[in-house]
Ligand binder design. Structure first.
Ligand code: MN
Length: 725
């Protein structure tokens, strides 16, 4: 084996510094892979070299070619990404990183299939995410894959089968999405051969026989067409006849029950003419000479395919009435159809090179690649790796149909897509507001499977109101994820509202209506303790039940002792005001009916659910065993001895609006000091209200009681307990 110290292909297109970079990458990679062999028996360096040759042939810049040379170094040798970055810079390192498999996912061969599948999903996700940032990553991966396919013969059968299948399912559709028609055909045919060997043999022999009988005909037709263009004054750069590739014939055969004579486009004749105008002229000339099948005239120049493909297609009854497809395009259209995205880079080479030189090349996403945008938004919408990859497979890699909006915009969707999928493809907002749909002017149901070339019109309502049932029939992951996201947001709103109501009911007990009414220091500390960022999040967590009310309250009011109040009885010598201080402050409360605490009983407050603080005797058996809801309570003692006496007045009255106001007005009219009011509902019709009030004497107290008795709806007024004067 001769030692390869020089690149086996020329770099004529590059300037000297670019050539130098590529050579340096080659020497580096050759040293790193030194001594490694491929399954085919070749030295390992032959693989990255061929990948680089492919990338150069696609017209890509020197950094991509260098990255192609280095693409397996990190994965398969001791060299780290760090070293690549030091040696070749961030941009090349990022490209290499994009195609490097996740190392922790290098599974032993004995691992279960599901584990390997998960691993390959994660790797694919990594690749696609890297490609969203820089699409050149994908180009390197495709060059890598196609060379692996060319040398697949050296691998064991099982591995061949797996790689072939993955290539058909993922990499050929990706090449197609990049508009790289020739690469897609090669990936498909090479994979087809190993994935379905018997079908491959059948289709190739069928095609070979067919081509033999067609060859003479094609020679005549090319001659005829050249003459035709000549007479019409259209310059023809090239006429070529191309057979369809085997895998696409295989797929088409399935649709015509295997009858190859029913396929009109096994061979297409291509006319390459100088410019767009010549394309249409040529089409006219063809149609003057041969009658076209009207429904097979396709103008992909006026309306390019979403992957950028442009050409005129027509199928005509040609010589001897044989049905034949003719494609007409310019040289640039031809180049783009064959090389797709790579051609785009080629044409933009100067611009791109300038951008790279300014160091702006690390995020490279050519315009007009709508599916890359789709991929990016899918990455945002999905919750995990396999959801993303499954969605990507569904949206990007399944067989596509092309449909039109009423304005003539072309959309591509997976086969079986419905008007709802179309609506979401047009715009999320349209999707969410979809009410009905017309296809080719006819009203259809929303689950109607669209077909190629349908014109789809979406009827919308004013408000977003997607239907959960749509999830049963939508085909695109984009539609599915957006419907789900809408419902998630809806239920989040509902949860937030109910969580907020729950907490605010409790806040009433501290005379606050909203969380903002509490001191900021207190609410901030509670948020921190709950490890949440905002009260919105607290409400949502409360609403969905992942956080309990008592957890929130404990954090919000951490001061109260967590056990029953251990404080001994208040000093009998002190003067009670008859009121209870809850958590050291004047909060509304009610005395528990079960134990009817009186001064100087030791007290414990219990924060009920929605009914405020109930004050029990410390030893009350009915006190629920929920220490997190206990609040420290104590009888208020008068700070100063005065001539006044404090009495507790109990009022039972019918519930009515303004009752409490009337009662407090009665006290105020007599210039009496209210120390506290607690009320509770006895039943739906009446309340018990306890007022502790400072009165100068019993005379004043009896006048007060008569005054309250005179209020409408009062049933009973009495003095129930009192501090000593
Ligand atoms: Mn490789």
């Amino acid at each position: 084996m001769p030692e390869t110290k020089a690149l086996p292909f020329s770099l004529d297109r590059y300037e000297a510094p670019a050539r130098e970079l590529v050579r340096r990458a080659f020497v580096f990679a050759a040293a790193a892979h030194e001594g490694q062999m491929r399954g085919t028996g070749d030295p390992y360096i032959s693989h990255p070299t061929e990948v680089a040759r492919e990338l150069y042939a696609w017209g890509l810049d020197e950094r991509v070619v260098a990255a192609g040379l280095l693409h397996d170094v990190v994965e398969d040798t001791e060299i780290s990404l760090q070293q690549i970055e030091e040696e070749f810079g961030l941009e090349i390192a990022a490209l290499v990183d994009g195609v490097t498999k996740l190392s922790q996912l290098h599974m032993p061969q004995a691992e279960a299939v599901s584990v390997r599948l998960e691993a390959s999903n994660e790797n694919l996700r990594k690749l696609l995410l890297a490609s969203i940032r820089d699409i050149r990553v994908l180009l390197i991966k495709l060059a890598d894959r196609v060379h692996n396919l060319r040398t697949l013969g050296g691998l064991p059968e099982i591995k061949r089968h797996r790689i072939a299948r993955e290539s058909l399912e993922v990499y050929a559709p990706l090449a197609d999405r990049l508009g790289m028609g020739r690469l897609k055909a090669e990936i498909e045919d090479r994979s087809f051969r190993y994935y379905l060997p018997q079908d491959y043999a059948r289709v190739t022999s069928l095609m070979n026989r067919h081509m033999k009988s067609t060859e003479r005909y094609l020679i005549r037709l090319r001659h005829e067409l050249s003459g035709l263009m000549d007479e019409g004054g259209v310059e023809v750069r090239r006429v070529e006849a191309r057979r369809k590739h085997f895998y696409s014939v295989y797929k088409k055969l399935a649709k015509v029950d295997g009858d190859i004579d029913k396929l009109y486009d096994l061979v297409a004749v291509r006319l390459i003419v100088p410019n767009e105008a010549a394309c249409y002229q040529a089409l006219g000339l063809v149609h003057q000479r041969f009658r076209p099948l009207i429904y097979r005239i396709k103008d992909y120049i006026a309306v390019p395919k979403p992957n950028g493909y442009r050409s005129l297609h027509t199928t005509v009854f040609a010589l001897d009435g044989r049905i034949t497809e003719i494609q007409i395009r310019t040289p640039q259209m031809h180049e783009e159809a064959e090389n797709g995205l790579a051609a785009h880079f080629f044409y933009d080479a100067h611009k791109a090179t300038a951008a790279y030189k300014e160091g702006k090349g690390t995020s490279v996403r050519p315009q007009g690649l709508a599916w890359v945008e789709q991929l990016a938004s899918l990455a945002q919408l999905t919750q995990n790796g396999s959801e993303f990859v499954e969605g990507a497979k569904l949206d990007l890699f399944s067989d596509r149909i092309f449909v039109y909006s009423p304005r003539g915009d072309l959309y591509d969707l997976p086969e079986g897509a419905t008007p709802v999928d179309f609506a979401f493809a047009v715009h999320t907002d349209i999707g969410l507001r979809t009410m009905g749909a017309k296809v080719n002017g006819r009203i259809v149901t929303l689950d109607y499977p669209l077909e190629n070339r349908d014109v789809v019109e979406i009827l919308t309502r004013r408000e977003a109101a997607p239907n959960r049932d749509w999830l049963g029939f939508v085909r695109t992951a984009a539609a599915r994820q957006r419907i789900k996201a809408w419902y998630r947001a809806q239920s989040r709103d509902a949860n937030t509202a109910s969580g907020r109501a729950l907490l605010e009911a409790e806040l009433k007990l501290v005379e606050a209506r909203r969380i903002d009414d509490l001191p900021e220091r207190q609410t901030k500390a509670a948020l921190e303790a709950l490890k949440l960022r905002s009260w919105e999040e607290v409400y949502a967590a409360l609403g969905e039940g992942s956080l309990s009310l008592s957890q929130v309250l404990r954090r919000l009011f951490p001061e109260p002792a967590p056990q029953k109040n251990p404080v001994p009885a208040a000093r009998p010598a002190s003067i009670s005001t008859g009121r209870v201080l809850v958590a050291g402050t004047l909060l509304p409360y009610s005395l528990a009916a079960c134990c009817a605490p009186v001064f100087p009983d030791v007290l414990t407050g219990y924060l009920t659910r929605g009914k405020g603080v109930t004050v029990h005797r410390n030893d009350c058996r009915n006190l629920p065993d929920e220490p997190e809801r206990y609040l420290e309570c104590a009888w208020e003692v008068s700070p100063k001895a005065s001539g006044q006496m404090i009495v507790l007045v109990e009022i039972v009255a019918e519930n009515r609006i303004g009752l409490l106001r009337d009662i407090t007005n009665t006290f105020a009219a007599r210039q009496l000091n209210i120390h506290g009011i607690a009320s509770r509902d006895i039943d739906s019709e009446s309340s018990q209200i306890e007022v502790s009030v400072e009165v100068p004497d019993l005379y004043e107290l009896s006048r007060l009681i008569r005054g309250i008795e005179a209020l409408p709806g009062t049933r009973r007024v009495r003095r129930i307990a009192s501090g000593s004067a």
